[in-house]
Design a protein. Structure first.
Length: 162
């Protein structure tokens, strides 16, 4: 991992199979965690249903009939493999992060931070004042958001873009 550079670029239609695999891996882990006995405050007690195992078409930023992105997303690649993805909605003065997934084997290696840093640079170019994550979308990632500069504001997490 050390010495490798994360390549971040917009999602392309040819990424579909790799993204499906990443999403399936991520959501199957969530389902596995939910079937274990939760302890208070561990985040595993969140209710999950059949919709947790989803495909790329099911994400809010993809039109299921045309498979075209409604807003946009970014992928992070290491050695040619997609290891991270983020889906974003552009709103009037903020970028709303809908998903940020990092492959399990690459977690805790600053890849999520790199993806957020790229989104922050993009937000600056688009004249957006903050990155926003809804509390519902952030279930289980609260500590990560705190460590990466987000703060709670009502029903959402906000990271101000300097």
């Amino acid at each position: 991992m050390r010495g490798l550079r994360l390549f971040i670029r917009p999602i392309e239609p040819s990424d579909r199979d790799a993204l499906d695999a990443l999403i399936k891996e991520s959501t199957s882990r969530r389902v596995d965690e939910s079937t274990s006995t939760p302890t208070p405050g561990d985040g595993a007690s969140r209710e999950l249903d059949d919709s947790t195992t989803r495909r790329l078409e099911d994400l809010p930023l993809v039109d299921s009939s045309t498979h075209r992105l409604v807003d946009f997303g970014l992928v992070g690649k290491l050695l040619g493999d997609i290891v991270a993805v983020t889906f974003v909605e552009e709103e009037r003065d903020v970028l709303r992060v809908r998903e940020l997934l990092v492959a399990e084997t690459f977690r805790k290696k600053w890849i999520g931070r790199a993806m957020l840093a790229e989104l922050e640079q993009l937000a600056k170019k688009l004249d957006k004042h903050s990155l926003v994550v809804d509390r519902d979308d952030a279930a289980g990632a609260e500590e990560f958001l705190r460590r990466t500069g987000f703060h709670g504001e009502g029903e959402r997490w906000v990271r101000v873009v300097p």
